[in-house]
Design a protein around this ligand. Sequence first.
Ligand SMILES: C[S@@+](CC[C@H](N)C(=O)[O-])C[C@H]1O[C@@H](n2cnc3c(N)ncnc32)[C@H](O)[C@@H]1O
Length: 351
Amino acid sequence: MAELEKLERDFRLFSQFNGKASPLYGRLALSIADDPELMTLLHAAPEQQQIPVLLFAAMHDLLLRGDGAELAAFYPNLSSSVPDGDPFPVFRRVALANLSALQATIASRNTQTNEVGRCAYFLPVFGIVADEVGPLAQLDVGASAGLNLYWPSYAYRYKDGRSVGAGSTVELSCSTRGEPPIPQTMPKLSHAIGLDMSPIDVRDDEAVRWLEACVWPDQEGRFQRLVSAIEIARKSPPDLRQGDAVANVGALVEEVSAFGHPLVTTSWILSYLTEEQQRAFVAALDDAATRHDLSWVVAEAPAQTPGLPIPGDEQITVISLVTWRSGERSVRRLATAHPHGSWLNWESPTP
Ligand SMILES: C[S@@+](CC[C@H](N)C(=O)[O-])C[C@H]1O[C@@H](n2cnc3c(N)ncnc32)[C@H](O)[C@@H]1O
């Protein structure tokens, strides 16, 4: 009973806080909160994964498989004309007709993301580093499917009128405040490796579909750019390594440094580590920097990463550049940004 009450509260809170970003899920969540039969589908998941988005992602996955066409009509990313009217009766009907498939997905999957929009806030920082040190050899830690290693293949449109790259199926649009130093040409990337505890293989149809299913259907642009980025990656799959951020970062910095200036990137991964692990991650970079000059672009929320040497205590994304030159570490806080890169507020004076 207490478990059901918690789920009911979680669905109501989900609707309250996310109904604007996702009107479809906001509306469905309110109805699901009154429907114990649907909510208890989440009991198939481990306790910490019993969250509304997992049920929504499992249903989205079912629709992306081609099942539940009558419900797909209500999903803006899957339908050219969404009908008026309440989607919940159809959601319920499709859920009850596919109970065991939904339960199997819920029991076996965690929500996962790989947000290519973040490349829009990485690019100016990559430009700063490349201007100083030349070609970059990137190690993306917490790389997920490795899609943020393909940043030179994407096109960038900053809403202050500047653009970089052209002719890509992935076009990233980002509004700016302040004076971000948008590079005039694409910085050179000489090598790229991704490291992740649970890497997603872009050649694996089921894994890719799940990644797509975790995007909210009202965010059509975000969904489409993910699909397009996956297509780009599938043509030449990334070099992704399975491993742990703290344990493996040092050896991989060593490996990429053979190809150019080692550039470590982390976006929304270090908050998964304990404060002690975060400190150990920084210590591993300090150690690697005794052998090579090194740069690290950090995009994390300082409130969730107290073990990092990043000034600030916000819950939002703060972009910082940490450099080690001749063994000296220096930290520059550069900007705040939307978690998916749709805006960038540059704080630092133009270099
Ligand atoms: C929220 S996703 C962000 C993915 C990607 N950085 C992005 O910006 O789209 C976090 C990723 O960190 C990975 N991760 C979590 N803990 C990790 C660890 N200790 N070592 C390596 N990867 C980890 C997860 O598997 C997941 O792919």
